[in-house]
Design a protein around this ligand. Structure first.
Ligand SMILES: Cc1ncc(C[n+]2csc(CCOP(=O)(O)OP(=O)(O)O)c2C)c(N)n1
Ligand code: SF4
Ligand SMILES: [Mg+2]
Length: 287
């Protein structure tokens, strides 16, 4: 295991005291330290939101882009330099709302990266509007009469569109979360981890206690390779219980990186010679 101090960032933390994001940040650092991924080989990518600030608080390579747009640069980074470990962190609004279209296609493409969604079932940064995972009827700072649209089931969505690693964690179960993160980051292909994360300031319904009372760890008898069983588990949420662990895992399917000709038969961008002068004659034809 590497020294946790390696990942220490001097950026001042902006999260509210008691926010579930702290547990997730700690688990990510421990996971990469135990996997012995050096900061220079790790890229933390995010969009905009409270969760999307996570890369600021980890000493590693960072790309912090637009709201909902973490996946395009993350996929490009991985294709340009296949040796890097690419981890996306963002919120439920960022990943499932604004970034929903990118999400679907990254999953079916099976690019080798890990996407962590801090699911607090609310827009935290913009002060408490309903997100794609807010429950029907929940009153928010925007939906005064209560949310009307059905929430999405992110894990079921992931399984049906072709994700090869689908898991759920809870920020209050740091030890369990760390193990899930290690498995996800080690997986060859796209991995989604949906993490229940209390927002103490703007979600007064899905509190730490609300999650604690409902979350339970899947036991050894659960088989994550059974797709139909996994789909059934993926729909389990709320008062009936919230299962934690690896919900679905498909072994053996090649990742996009394994089959794309750029990497399977050629060299990644990072290993190619930079020869802009070769383009000049081509451009000159149009002058
Ligand atoms: C294109 C665009 N739309 C909307 C916003 C405003 N905005 C910033 S963060 C955010 C939602 C944040 O919620 P979430 O992704 O769940 O992250 P959290 O803050 O809860 O961690 C919104 C709507 C924006 N910055 N850019
Ligand atoms: S607003 Fe919510 S999600 Fe954002 S830092 Fe505060 S508690 Fe965390
Ligand atoms: Mg959120």
């Amino acid at each position: 295991m590497l020294d946790l101090k390696l990942y220490h960032s001097d950026d001042e933390n902006q999260w509210c005291p008691g926010c579930g994001n702290f547990g997730i940040l700690g688990a990510i650092k421990e996971a990469v330290a135990e996997l012995e991924i050096l900061p220079e080989n790790l890229v933390m990518v995010s969009g905009i939101g409270q969760a999307a600030k996570t890369p600021h608080y980890i000493r590693a390579n960072v790309f912090n882009g637009l709201h909902g747009r973490a996946l395009p640069p993350a996929q490009a980074i991985k294709m340009a330099n296949n040796d890097l470990k690419v981890v996306i962190t963002g919120g439920d609004g960022d990943g499932y709302g604004e970034g929903g279209n990118h999400l679907i296609h990254a999953m079916r493409r099976n690019v080798d990266l890990t996407q962590i969604v801090h699911n607090n079932q609310i827009y935290g940064l913009t002060k408490g509007q309903g997100s794609p995972t807010t429950a029907v009827g929940q009153k928010t700072s925007m939906q005064f009469e209560g949310v009307q649209s059905e929430p999405i089931h992110p894990l079921a969505l992931a399984i049906t569109v072709g994700a090869t690693f689908v898991a759920r964690g809870f920020s209050g179960d740091k030890e369990g979360l760390k193990e899930i993160l290690k498995a996800a980051i080690s997986h060859n292909g796209y991995a989604l981890i949906d993490i229940m994360q209390p927002c103490v300031s703007f979600n007064k319904v899905n509190t730490f206690k609300w999650y604690k009372d409902r979350c339970y760890r899947l036991d050894e008898s659960y088989d994550p390779t059974n797709k139909m069983m996994a789909l059934q588990k993926a729909f389990e949420f709320g008062d009936e219980g919230i299962p934690l662990g690896i919900i679905y895992k498909e072994e053996g399917r090649p990742s996009f990186n394994d089959i794309h000709p750029t990497l399977s038969t050629g060299k990644p961008l990072v290993d190619r010679q930079w020869t802009p002068q070769n383009v000049e004659p081509f451009i000159n034809q149009f002058l």
